[in-house]
Design a protein around this ligand. Structure first.
Ligand SMILES: Nc1ncnc2c1ncn2[C@@H]1O[C@H](COP(=O)(O)OP(=O)(O)OP(=O)(O)O)[C@@H](O)[C@H]1O
Length: 267
C-alpha cells in the first residue's frame, strides 16, 4: 500500500516538460513536505498523485493500481487534494452543503454522513459556521472549510497545497494538530510549501525539487545542512537552524528541543 512514482515525466499540452524522470514512494501514515523553487514542478507532481494529471511517461500507482487506468473521481476517494486557494475548491452556498456534497455523491446513508461530517468539522474547528455562506467567512476559516470538505471522505492520502499561506498563528496550530491527528489514524499527509518554519516544526521527510527534478529526498536535517541543496532549490534555511550554525553549535540541529540541549548550562 503506497503511492509510487516510477520514472515519471509530465509535459503540458503546450509541450512544456514540468516534471522529468521522478521516482519516489509515499507510504501509509507518512508525512512528507515537498519544497523547492517556483516552477520546480511541485504542483504538477502532486496533481499526478491523484490523477488530476496522468504521466506522459513512467507510472504512478496508488495502492498498486496505476492512475492511468483509473478515473480522477475514483482516485479522489483514496487521494484527497486540498487546493491552495479555497475559492478554487468551495462551490456550495453553505458550509454544511459543502461538507455534505461528497456523502451525497457517494450515496452514503445518513448516519455515516452525519458521523463523517461532524468529525471533519471538529477537526477543522468549523462547527459553528455550518449555516454560514463560505463567501462571508474570512480566508483562514475558508481554508479549513476546504480541508474539512476533503476530510469528510475516507482518503488514505491527503495532499495539502501551501496550507499555511494566509493562516494566522492559531490557524497554524490547528493545522499542525490536524496533521498529528491524521498521522495517528494512519493517513498520509503530503504538503507543498514554501514555509520552512512549518517544514522544520511539522515534517521529518522532505523532498526538494529544482528544475523538474527531485534533488533531495530524506530527513530535514540533511537538507538544512547543505548550502548547495538549499541554493539549488532556492530555499532559505530556517532561522533557528541558521542561528545554531552561525554559533558553531551544530550543522544539523533545527528543532528547539535539539538546540536547547546543545546550549551549555551557564548557571
Ligand atoms: N497548465 C499549464 N500549461 C503549461 N505549463 C504549465 C501549466 N501549469 C504549470 N506549467 C508550468 O510547469 C512548470 C512547473 O509548474 P508547477 O506549478 O508544477 O511548479 P511549482 O513547483 O508548483 O511552482 P510554484 O511554487 O510557483 O507553485 C512551470 O514552469 C509552469 O509555468
Amino acid at each position: 500500500m503506497a503511492i509510487t512514482f516510477t520514472n515519471v515525466s509530465f509535459a503540458y499540452p503546450s509541450g512544456w516538460r514540468a516534471v522529468d524522470d521522478v521516482s519516489f514512494t509515499v507510504r501509509p501514515g507518512e508525512r512528507l513536505a515537498i519544497v523547492g523553487q517556483n516552477g520546480a514542478g511541485k504542483t504538477t507532481t502532486v496533481k499526478l498523485m491523484n490523477g488530476l494529471l496522468k504521466p506522459t511517461s513512467g507510472t504512478v500507482t496508488v495502492d498498486g493500481v496505476t492512475t492511468a487506468e483509473r478515473t480522477t473521481a475514483s482516485i479522489a476517494a483514496t487521494v484527497g487534494y486540498v487546493f491552495q486557494n479555497p475559492d478554487d475548491q468551495i462551490f456550495a452556498s453553505t458550509v454544511r452543503d459543502e461538507l455534505e456534497y461528497m456523502p451525497r455523491y457517494r450515496k452514503w446513508d445518513d448516519a455515516k454522513r452525519d458521523e463523517r461530517v461532524a468529525r471533519a468539522a471538529r477537526l477543522g474547528g468549523i462547527e459553528r459556521y455550518f449555516d454560514s455562506n463560505p463567501n462571508d467567512l474570512p480566508l483562514v476559516i475558508r481554508k479549513f472549510v476546504a480541508i474539512a470538505a476533503v476530510l469528510v471522505g475516507e482518503c488514505k492520502y491527503i495532499v495539502l497545497d501551501e496550507p499555511t499561506a494566509g493562516l494566522d498563528r492559531p490557524g497554524q496550530r490547528r493545522l499542525v494538530g490536524l496533521i498529528d491527528q491524521l498521522e495517528s489514524e494512519g493517513v498520509s499527509v503530503v504538503t507543498i510549501t514554501h514555509d520552512m518554519r512549518f517544514v522544520a516544526q511539522t515534517f521529518t521527510r522532505v523532498i526538494a525539487m529544482a528544475n523538474r527534478h527531485i534533488i533531495a529526498d530524506g530527513d530535514c536535517a540533511s537538507l538544512f545542512a547543505s548550502d548547495e541543496l538549499l541554493r539549488q532549490a532556492s530555499i532559505r534555511r530556517p532561522e533557528l537552524a541558521q542561528l545554531v550554525r552561525d554559533l558553531g553549535l551544530s550543522d544539523r540541529a533545527y528543532r528547539l528541543d535539539e538546540i536547547a540541549a546543545l546550549i551549555p548550562d551557564n548557571r
